[in-house]
Design a protein around this ligand. Structure first.
Ligand SMILES: Nc1ncnc2c1ncn2[C@@H]1O[C@H](COP(=O)(O)OP(=O)(O)OP(=O)(O)O)[C@@H](O)[C@H]1O
Ligand SMILES: [Mg+2]
Length: 392
């Protein structure tokens, strides 16, 4: 029987968080974040896009859960409104009780509860008041969205105490509370209310993650904001080269495939160790090997893999170019200079325009400042695209 190859996307996932067992490096970061949370210290994880924040948080949450903690995880990208947020927090909280988790689908599906579902609902109402019903029947609630959120947040401590567990509340993409459409209402009202409840909840520890760094800093590090000094900023170091090499080799081995040192070095040099870019190049080199029907990867496969990767990323890169153009006058020219490793200042572009362009691109998560006067593209593959892009 012929051997069927493992799909490249399965070996090197690039479409979202990586399952804990497939994470490369990061074991120290995971252990450190876990112990901070276990010690009751709220944590804020803010970093550039696609660097593995969600993957790490997911791994930490899974471990805490395994260790017996209650966890409530909500990704704000998936939440449409304040009452929806309240509902998901309340539902996530009660789902920690095994008996409740089983009947939740029934509670959510039908308007009239019978049997076990009715019992569970009655018990919860007895313990936490009839308001609890909005966790599974939100349309029946008489409360305002803000009251619902207050109730949901208070429920965390009540549940944790009642059941004798620590509870970790993990909110991903937290900067969404402050995006221009304000779908969660006034961010100051929301954060004030959250802070006042959470600081009176000794059994509840929070993990906030977000990919728009300057917004996360605005929320948690600005003196006038409600969450000022609420928790510690957890910083993520780059994944080191040894870890990358061992991890990528191991992933190739799952498909009986080997890779030469030079080929691995070339992947990491091209991706600059940026997590998603590295995985994408490794994945595309594997696509080439599968196409050729070979089980060893060398430089030619990596070269072709890079071409494939650039082709698959073409649309997002074009969208990024449009976004950069729309940011500021001359922003694209500045981005191109950064991508080519040329100093952005002193190139004939008005220096005020350069500063504004760099600031807007930093706020948009496109560039980061390494040191004074040193900038780089967050996504090295976008950098590659821009370098080859016709001069603007
Ligand atoms: N430790 C890791 N090992 C292997 N791949 C990783 C690792 N961390 C991140 N990646 C790669 O980066 C991609 C994005 O990971 P993840 O979604 O966790 O990042 P993120 O920082 O939460 O991104 P976003 O800013 O889009 O929310 C993954 O699909 C994977 O390709
Ligand atoms: Mg994420």
């Amino acid at each position: 029987m012929s051997y069927s190859r493992i799909p490249s996307q399965e070996l090197f996932p690039t479409k979202g968080p990586v399952p804990p067992g497939q994470l490369i490096g990061r074991s120290e970061a995971i252990a450190a974040l876990q112990s901070q949370l276990a010690a009751g210290s709220h944590q804020i994880l803010a970093g550039p896009r696609r660097t593995g924040k969600t993957s790490i948080c997911d791994a930490v949450i899974a471990r805490l859960k395994k260790g017996g903690d209650y966890v409530v995880a909500v990704d704000l990208f998936e939440v449409g409104s304040l009452s929806n947020l309240a509902e998901l927090i309340a539902r996530g909280a009660i789902a920690n009780r095994p008996g409740v988790k089983k009947v939740l689908p029934v509670l959510l599906r039908s308007a009239r509860w019978v049997g076990r579902a009715a019992q569970v609902s009655a018990t919860l109402k007895g313990e936490f008041g009839t308001e609890i019903e909005f966790a599974f029947a939100p349309s029946r609630s008489q409360k305002t969205p803000m009251q619902q959120l207050d109730y949901a947040l208070r429920l965390l401590e009540r549940l944790a105490t009642a059941d004798g567990h620590q509870l970790v509340l993990y909110l991903d993409e937290f900067q969404e509370v402050e995006t221009p459409l304000l779908r969660f209402g006034d961010p100051d009202l929301l954060t004030k209310s959250m802070r006042s409840i959470l600081q009176r909840s000794p059994h509840v520890t929070c993990l906030f993650a977000g990919s728009v760094e300057h917004m996360m800093k605005g929320l948690f590090a600005a003196e006038k904001r409600a969450f000022y000094q609420f928790g510690g900023f957890f910083s993520l170091d780059p994944i080191d080269e040894t870890a990358w090499k061992a991890g990528l080799r191991k992933a190739y081995q799952r498909d009986k495939t080997t890779i030469t040192d030079t080929a691995l070095d070339h992947i990491i040099a091209t991706s600059e160790g940026a997590p998603r870019a590295t995985m994408l190049l490794a994945q595309q080199a594997h696509v080439v090997a599968v196409e050729k029907g070979i089980f060893s990867i060398d430089l030619p496969e990596v070269y072709q893999g890079i071409e494939y990767a650039m082709a698959t990323e073409r649309q997002p890169h074009e969208a990024d170019v449009a976004r950069i153009r729309a940011l500021r006058t001359n922003a694209l020219r500045v981005a191109q200079r950064v991508a080519r490793g040329e100093p952005p200042y002193g190139s004939g572009i008005d220096s005020k325009q350069v500063t504004r362009a760099l600031d807007s691109m930093r706020n948009a998560g496109i560039v980061v400042q390494e040191r004074a006067r040193e900038w780089r593209l967050v996504d090295p593959l976008l950098g590659r695209y821009l370098s080859a892009f016709p001069a603007v």
